[in-house]
Design a protein around this ligand. Structure first.
Ligand SMILES: *[C@@H]1O[C@H](CO)[C@@H](O)[C@H](O)[C@H]1NC(C)=O
Length: 269
C-alpha cells in the first residue's frame, strides 16, 4: 500500500534538499569564473569551486554583487604540497583610480614550510599597509574560514573567527577609510615566483602542476544587524594580541627603515 507514495516522497524531499543547498554556498548564484580558460571549475553541483594554475595560466572568479559594508566569509583549502611561487588571493576591491581594497593573499611555500598570509588595506588608491602572518594550522589539510568584516568603524580580518588584524576608521586623523565605494569580492590563483616565496628565491616547481585551491560556503551577509556595530570584545582583543605576538611576521607599522621620516599616521593609534 505504501509503494505508490514512495516516489512522491522522494521527489518531494529531493527538491527540498536542492532548495536548502542553493541557499547556502551555491556558487553559481554568487560568483562568475572570469578567467583561466577552464582552469576554474564548479564541482559538486555548484557547492565546490576550484581554481588551478599551470605553466600557461592561473584562474580567477569574482562576485556578481557589489558590497558596501558587510561580513564576507569564504572557506578555502589552499594549494597542498610544494606550493612555492604560487599566490592565492581573496580580496574585496572597488574600481577606478582612487580605489579601495581589502586584501588577503596566501603566499605558497615549500612542503613543510608555512604559508604566509599577506594582508593590506587600500584607501583612495593608497596601499602600503602590509601585515603578514603565519597560521597556527596547516591551511592545506582542510577548509578554513577567512572573513572580512567591514562596517563604518573598522575592518576586521578573521581566520576561523579569530581576528588577526583590525584597521580602524581614523578619518578624524586624516586617514581615508573605505566608506563610499562598493566593492566586489575577487579570488585568483596565479604564479608570482618573482617575489612570493622567500622574497623570490624559491621558484615554482612546474613538475607539481597543476596547483589547485578549493573554495566552498561563500557567504556575504549585508543585511543582518550583528556585524554593523561589531567591535572586538575583551576575548576578541585577547585573540588578536595572541595572533599578533605569536604569528605576525611583518608589520608596516614597525618598519622604521621603510618610513625614516615617520610612520604612517594610522600607526600611532
Ligand atoms: C616560507 O618558509 C620560510 C621558512 O620557514 C619562512 O621564513 C617564510 O616566511 C615562509 N613563507 C614565504 C612566503 O616565504
Amino acid at each position: 500500500m505504501n509503494i505508490p507514495i514512495l516516489p512522491f516522497l522522494l521527489i518531494c524531499s529531493c527538491s527540498l534538499l536542492v532548495t536548502a543547498s542553493q541557499a547556502a554556498g551555491y556558487f553559481p548564484d554568487d560568483v562568475t569564473i572570469t578567467w583561466g580558460d577552464g582552469r576554474g571549475k564548479l564541482l559538486q553541483g555548484g557547492q565546490l569551486l576550484t581554481l588551478s594554475l599551470d605553466r600557461y595560466s592561473g584562474s580567477g572568479f569574482q562576485s556578481k554583487q557589489e558590497y558596501l559594508f558587510g561580513r564576507i566569509d569564504m572557506q578555502l583549502r589552499l594549494v597542498p604540497g610544494n606550493s612555492a611561487g604560487t599566490v592565492t588571493t581573496y580580496y574585496l576591491s572597488s574600481q577606478g583610480p582612487a580605489h579601495d581594497e581589502i586584501d588577503f593573499e596566501f603566499l605558497g611555500n615549500l612542503s613543510g614550510n608555512p604559508y604566509t598570509v599577506h594582508t593590506n588595506v587600500f584607501t583612495q588608491g593608497k596601499g602600503g599597509r602590509e601585515q603578514q602572518f603565519h597560521l597556527w594550522f596547516d591551511p592545506t589539510l582542510d577548509f578554513h574560514t577567512y572573513s572580512i568584516l567591514w562596517n563604518l568603524q573598522r575592518i576586521l580580518f578573521l581566520v576561523d573567527d579569530v581576528p588577526i588584524r583590525e584597521f580602524t576608521n581614523q578619518e578624524s586623523m586624516g586617514v581615508a577609510f573605505p566608506n563610499k565605494q562598493p566593492m566586489r569580492a575577487y579570488s585568483s590563483l596565479w604564479n608570482a615566483d618573482d617575489w612570493a616565496t622567500m622574497g623570490g628565491r624559491v621558484k615554482t616547481d612546474w613538475s607539481n602542476a597543476p596547483f589547485t585551491a578549493s573554495y566552498r560556503n561563500f557567504n556575504a551577509d549585508m543585511s543582518s544587524r550583528t556585524w554593523r556595530t561589531q567591535a572586538l570584545d575583551a576575548s576578541g582583543m585577547q585573540k588578536l594580541r595572541w595572533v599578533q605576538s605569536n604569528y605576525m611576521v611583518y608589520n608596516y607599522c614597525t618598519d622604521f627603515k621603510r618610513f625614516p621620516n615617520g610612520l604612517p599616521p594610522e600607526c600611532n593609534h
